[in-house]
Ligand binder design. Structure first.
Ligand code: TPP
Ligand code: SF4
Ligand code: MG
Length: 385
């Protein structure tokens, strides 16, 4: 749509530029009211800090967000940008895939130079699985919402986790369908209240508990308002080879940030029980942080990356899947939100290992490799007899 001024574009509330619904904040309800968004200037200050690749933070950003001011999802976007900057990831090696929802719009706001696929509501996991099978060389970042993953896409979520797809799967969990104006989602706690005072009587789905039960080899929970905790969790998940799942409580300021909600900023701050803190140490850097003896546990991953896990709860063991599940449930019963790296299996195998696929990405196999001739076919058939 043509802009009124260079760099300033105009679109109409009620519909996004792609024709989809706008976020459900009150101001966005009136269709036909013009508003503007500002394209980011391309200029970068020459003094901006650079990472090992010579990229600045700006190189990991995307378009200007059109979400409500104060939305938790925007803080998660900032954490993803920070994690990718710190890991010196080449943006063209990332594929970011999402479903539908305010949360699923966010890949537009980070990694503007990466591959992206905004799929259908709840279908991010199968699109990501297919892309991963076709090209194992990319870094897969799945971004979804609690409605996207715990309702319509619950089965999709389950199968991508149980198959061990090598991905970082982030759910931006606000307990409501933000985009469609604040209905309870399946992660809303029983007994919590909607903005209009209606009580939720259904039991909540705890996506971390389900991911653990389904065999996720990396499972974490965090809070959009705790960047110090979230950035290293995202960085570690990206480097983990297997299904890495992070549930990020991300308050919806338009529909779920009131008294009576268990996903509001105030509630999460008051009930956040962090079991550990993580530092990601790339192969090059030695551990230089001065920890008290016994409080740090070193976890070495496949690629040589080390995770330094600082224990806050001395009894918590992030290598014990069954204990993690029971710990989560005991604390949830007391209304506490357990955050941190809840489980990691550094020896995890991914779907490609399960299927014994070749190292070369399938989309790069040439005709000779795909059609090796009748002699090879005869040999293969003979092996099955
Ligand atoms: C097949 C289908 N059903 C329903 C919808 C309507 N719809 C759009 S987004 C959404 C829920 C979004 O909730 P969530 O995934 O939690 O994202 P949020 O907006 O809260 O970040 C629904 C029901 C749709 N787009 N497609
Ligand atoms: S999730 Fe809520 S606060 Fe965030 S953009 Fe959507 S409606 Fe607005
Ligand atoms: Mg939601």
């Amino acid at each position: 749509m043509p802009g009124f001024m260079p760099g300033i574009h105009v679109f109409f509330l009620g519909q996004d530029v792609d024709g989809r619904d706008k976020p459900g904040h009150d101001g966005a309800r009136t269709a036909g009211v013009a508003m503007t968004y500002i394209a980011k200037p391309k200029f970068q200050h020459p003094g901006l800090p650079k990472n090992d690749l010579g990229y600045t933070h700006r190189d990991y950003e995307g378009k200007v967000s059109t979400l409500c001011a104060g939305c938790g999802h925007d803080s998660i976007t900032a954490s993803i940008i920070e994690a990718c900057y710190e890991l010196s990831i080449e943006p063209h090696r990332v594929a970011k895939i999402s479903g539908i929802g305010c949360s699923s719009k966010t890949p537009d706001y980070f990694l503007g130079n990466s591959h992206g696929f905004n799929s259908v509501h709840g279908r991010m996991p199968s699109v990501l699985t297919g892309a991963n099978l076709a090209n194992r060389d990319l870094i897969y970042l799945g971004v979804s919402g609690d409605g996207d993953s715990a309702s319509i896409g619950f089965g999709q979520f389950a199968h991508s986790i149980r198959r061990g797809v090598n991905m970082t799967y982030i759910v931006e969990n606000n307990g409501v369908y933000g985009l469609t104006k604040g209905q309870f989602s399946a992660t809303a706690d029983r007994g919590s209240k909607s903005k209009k005072g209606v009580m939720n009587n259904d039991n909540a789905i705890d996506l971390v508990a389900i991911a653990l039960q389904l065999g996720a080899s990396f499972a974490a929970r965090s809070f959009s308002g705790d960047k110090t905790q979230l950035v290293p969790l995202i960085a570690a998940a990206i480097q983990h080879k297997g299904a890495a799942f992070i549930d990020v409580i991300s308050p919806c300021v338009a529909f779920n940030n009131h008294a009576g909600s268990t996903k509001s900023f105030d509630y999460v701050r008051e009930h956040n029980d962090a079991v550990n803190r993580l530092d990601v140490i790339t192969g090059r850097d030695p551990i230089t942080v001065d920890y008290a003896p016994g409080t740090v546990q070193e976890v070495e991953q496949h690629d040589g990356t080390k995770l330094a896990l600082r224990k806050i709860d001395a009894d918590y063991d992030a290598h014990d899947r069954v204990a993690a599940m029971s710990f989560l449930q005991r604390h949830a019963a007391k209304g506490q939100i357990v955050t941190g790296l809840l489980y990691v299996d550094p020896e995890a195998e991914d779907l490609h290992a399960h299927l014994d696929t070749v190292d070369t990405p399938l989309n790069q196999l040439d005709e000779k490799a795909l059609c090796p001739g009748s002699a090879a076919l005869d040999k293969f058939n003979a092996s099955l007899r």
